[in-house]
Design a binder for this molecule. Structure first.
Ligand SMILES: Nc1nc2c(c(=O)[nH]1)N[C@H]1C(S)=C(S)[C@@H](COP(=O)(O)O)O[C@H]1N2
Ligand SMILES: [Mo]
Length: 329
């Protein structure tokens, strides 16, 4: 049964009536109801996926066209979906790698809006449905390198955050972008714990945010994002340590001052603002020269050498020309 829930005609199936059979019937029905094209399909998929949230079945499809951005896809072996969706850092849901997959089902991803604030001509609350339609979806296979010394290769679906930034027109005085994520203690059991200051905040310099590789992701592996991976939308900054890629974004704020980021506030000697992947700059408590690729951790798996800027130096090296990367870590 399709229920009309919003004035703008956004529809979703009622979850109590969902069975594996009628999902596909409803999905086809939604596809017909929605405007054609990629955005329409994405929106329909979105609605179905939310209704299926409690089900063990795979999520709804969210396909993207192949990206034309230089360096946007590595040919390295893609990490299994199972690993990418069960070995996570999402401290709002617990600090063990297995906690987010177990706990994130409580996250409510509809309705969802992203507030655009600060030094910008078009501030306001942007509905997820509108963000999904803002630009064509692309698939990009990025390496993700966690500061803890492991990595994955994940096919994300989304578009450059630059597309959104251009639409909202930041003022000339905006030098940084602050990315603020959801902190809802009712649905996120560790919000309120003392591990970090909540909300989890990250930030980029304006030119980093505008770089075409910086992705606003809505999906992975051709499906909408699993909750533990940061549904309904997150950042992915492939040349920086994974913690720069905030999950479940609710606000994007344009500022003239470098944002106070969650990890930098928690441990400034260990985590800087830039956090570019750099095998030559060790973490104070461990080396960053090598990494373990998740899914390769058998007896004979060798550690891989960590690459400068996580392998994206050709694309982003120029952003840091002349900077002392030992000082600005
Ligand atoms: N809101 C929020 N975003 C977050 C985190 C977090 O704890 N909370 N962890 C970060 C870290 S440390 C990493 S490595 C990546 C992991 O993303 P993945 O689970 O999709 O691989 O998410 C980042 N984004
Ligand atoms: Mo991480």
């Amino acid at each position: 049964m399709l229920i009309k829930t919003r004035d703008d005609g956004f529809v979703h199936p009622q979850s109590s009536e969902i069975t594996p059979q009628n999902i596909y019937r409803d999905r086809r029905q939604l596809m017909r109801l929605m405007a054609g094209g990629v955005a329409g399909a994405a929106l329909a998929a979105w609605a179905v996926r939310d209704a299926r949230a409690q089900m063990p079945a795979q999520g709804a499809k969210l396909a993207g066209r192949k990206s034309s951005v230089s360096g946007a896809s590595t040919m390295e072996r893609i990490t299994d979906f199972k690993d990418a969706s069960s070995y996570n850092n999402f401290y709002e849901f617990g600090t063990d790698k297995s906690d987010p997959a177990r706990n994130a089902h409580t996250l409510k991803t509809t309705p969802w809006t992203v507030g655009i604030e600060g030094l910008v001509k078009k501030p306001g609350n942007y509905a997820l449905e509108d963000l999904l339609k803002l630009s064509p979806m692309e698939e990009r296979v990025y390496r993700l390198r966690c500061v803890e010394g492991w990595s994955m290769v994940i096919p994300w679906v989304g578009y450059s955050v630059a597309e959104l930034i251009k639409k909202v027109e930041p003022l000339g005085s905006a030098k940084y972008v602050e990315f603020i994520t959801l902190a809802d203690s009712k649905t996120m059991p560790y919000v309120g714990s003392r591990v970090l200051n909540w909300p989890y905040v990250e930030g980029l310099r304006m030119d980093e945010a505008m770089h075409p590789l910086t992705l606003l992701a809505f999906g992975m592996y051709g499906e909408v994002l699993p909750k533990q991976n940061g549904a309904p939308l997150r950042l992915v900054v492939p040349w920086k340590y994974g913690f720069k890629s905030g999950k479940s974004l609710v606000k994007i704020r344009f500022t003239d001052k470098q944002p106070a980021t969650a990890w930098n506030v928690a441990a400034p000697q260990e985590y800087g603002f830039y956090s570019n992947v750099n095998p030559l700059v060790d973490h104070p408590r461990w080396s960053q020269a090598n990494e373990r690729r998740i899914g390769e951790d058998g007896l004979f798996a060798k550690k891989r050498k960590t690459l400068m800027f996580n392998g994206y130096e050709a694309q982003v090296g120029q952003l840091y020309a002349g900077m002392d990367l030992k000082k600005y870590y």
